[in-house]
Design a protein around this ligand. Structure first.
Ligand code: SF4
Ligand code: SF4
Length: 196
């Protein structure tokens, strides 16, 4: 990120960000002293999969840079592997923080950081609600349609995957016992989280 940030304004307008992150996930980001060990061990960051390194994400929270951090690709690119947490001398659960930031971004409809991950999240949860578990073939078709407008977008490079879908994955949505109960669990969670 190369834009200039007025830290006084950030602190005045979003100074409570660190407390809201704590309320969402129970992790106190104040404890981070920017040693950078999390970023040095993060394979996603090392492979250039993030636009902002994990330690800088922590720093942005400390500085109240709410808009900037919720718009990063990093919060969606994190694969929640916990390598960073194992390396952190301050026992900071970085993936929990990343997840909390995703929840906050999702509640505000901010998907600019990583639109595809947000779309995947919606389709995945809809599949759970409708079928009680993930229906892989349906998920794949919905994902392609939403992301590119056609399920044939990756056809030239996706032949093996298509063969897998055609011959190995279930053709029809799964039938689960107590499917209604799973839907109620999800609906209750969403109601408690204020998403309904
Ligand atoms: S390893 Fe822990 S203390 Fe060090 S920068 Fe990362 S989160 Fe902060
Ligand atoms: S949990 Fe996320 S931030 Fe931490 S090492 Fe894994 S990918 Fe990187």
């Amino acid at each position: 990120m190369s834009s200039i940030v007025n830290l006084s304004v950030q602190q005045r307008e979003h100074g409570d960000l660190i407390d809201r992150v704590f309320a969402e996930c129970g992790v106190d980001v104040r404890r981070c002293y920017q040693c950078g060990k999390c970023s040095a061990g993060c394979s996603v960051h090392i492979c250039n999969g993030m636009d902002v390194s994990p330690n800088r994400v922590m720093r942005m929270i400390q500085l109240g840079m709410e808009e900037e951090v919720l718009n990063t690709k990093s919060i969606w690119a994190c694969v929640l592997c916990s390598t960073c947490t194992a390396r952190c001398p301050r026992d900071i659960d970085v993936p929990r923080v990343m997840d909390a930031l995703r929840i906050m971004a999702k509640k505000r409809g901010i998907t600019k950081g990583f639109y595809n991950a947000s779309v995947f999240h919606d389709i995945f949860m809809n599949s759970i609600i409708r079928h009680g578990r993930v229906y892989e073939a349906g998920l794949l078709v919905s994902l392609k349609l939403k992301q590119s407008g056609t399920m044939f977008a990756d056809l030239p490079i996706g032949i093996p995957a298509i063969i897998n879908v055609a011959f190995r994955l279930p053709k029809l949505p799964p039938k689960m016992k107590n499917q209604d109960q799973i839907r109620k669990v999800v609906e209750n969670c969403m109601r408690i989280e204020g998403e309904n």
